[in-house]
Design a protein around this ligand. Sequence first.
Ligand code: GDP
Ligand code: IMO
Ligand code: MG
Length: 424
Amino acid sequence: MTNIDILLGLQWGDEGKGKVVDLLARDYDVITRFQGGPNAGHSIEFNGLKHVLHIIPSGIFHRDKINLIGNGVVLDPVIFKEEIRALETMGLTPADNLLVSDKAHLILPTHRLLDAAQETRKGASKIGSTLKGIGPAYTDKTGRAGLRVGDILTPSFKEKYDSLKNNHLKQLATLEFDVQSQLDTMEKEWLASLETLKTFNVVSAEYVLHDYFMSGKRVLAEGAQGTLLDVDFGSYPFVTSSNTIAAGTFTGLGVAPGRTGRVYGIVKAYCTRVGSGPFPTELHDDTGDLLREKGAEFGATTGRPRRCGWLDLVALKYAVMLNGVTDIVLTKADVLSGFDEIKVCDAYLMQGKPHTRMPFEQNVPITPRYRTFRGWTENITPCKEYSELPEALKEYISFIEQETCTRVSIVSVGPDRVETIKRV
Ligand code: GDP
Ligand code: IMO
Ligand code: MG
């Protein structure tokens, strides 16, 4: 029997998960998403082409790999259909190698409207959600009111849909949110997109995965968002609505915890965050702007500029601990080329005292305590071997390894699939 390897983000999302999954997919038979939904934007680049996936696992570009959308995912059929069409335009036939769990929950048009209404109501204290209906869809799931993919194949589906929609309309009226101008079009499109979803293999994914393990297939779970957006351990309430950490894999796929294999933690060489919420190392100066510009830090789902700052070891060590990370994958190291010096936060100074553990309340004055490293000027994107990397970068990597007690086993030096160094 085989185990499941897990790949996930150790920061606030957008660490480069899509790129690394696509790269590692070669070594697996099955790639599966276990949480999140179209709030995710996973970019993959190869042969001069850039592709962004939102719901479909990042193994889809490998025709011989099975891709599976697990029960922990919330699926918007409209976005699913758009993604399928885009892949078909590239000559792929996702219906051949994409399975969908019958227990994944559906995002309704009214979930999206509720997301917008709730954010508007919050005003300055808004979460900065992606407005994809994620929070309301997970609320209905845990509130035992949601609709699941398997429901679309039952005769009473329309009745269930109308009942949930009417419930949402009552909530929207309380929030004084005008919906009628948008709802008709959104609903028509949504109902039509269910026909595309119905042409896919809707399965009891937990059994399918169990059979894969029994037959020796290698399975990789692809996380979305990042550890610091986890609903339990992130900077609550400025989080997403699912468990983004490794533990989410088990409930999000129906896999037993004892099946855990390697856990790949993806870490950007600096930090970014989109949306609201605490970000102790955020830079509001030219250096922050330079990181955004050099790193092309704009959201893959919403296009919003990402907030940028130095690497945060308090947060990173917390993430390594929560996930049981066995391997760190360091991405975007190339973006740091050309900086005179590079800083890393190794403690939070709160009321003058250093803290190396994540505080309960992070929305309080925190001054990062920095360690400073020398920079390097070389363009590292063409490097193929670890030994070719500048000494200053290797020092930076050694420090991360020492502090996290975890090996950096892959270094990404550019967005393309081939711009990656695997350490032996
Ligand atoms: P994800 O959500 O974790 O999959 O990450 P995103 O795709 O939202 O954001 C990562 C961005 O960085 C994408 O535009 C990637 O193409 C790009 N990227 C990934 N790895 C690297 C890298 O090593 N260097 C550079 N310069 N860009 C990278
Ligand atoms: P990937 O998978 C970065 C952020 C939103 C917002 C908060 C809640 O590409 O790394 P939601 O729409 O989930 O209710 O928004 O979470 N967020 C992400 N930030 N990358 C993501 O996904 C994100 N998905 C959600 O900006 O702050
Ligand atoms: Mg992203």
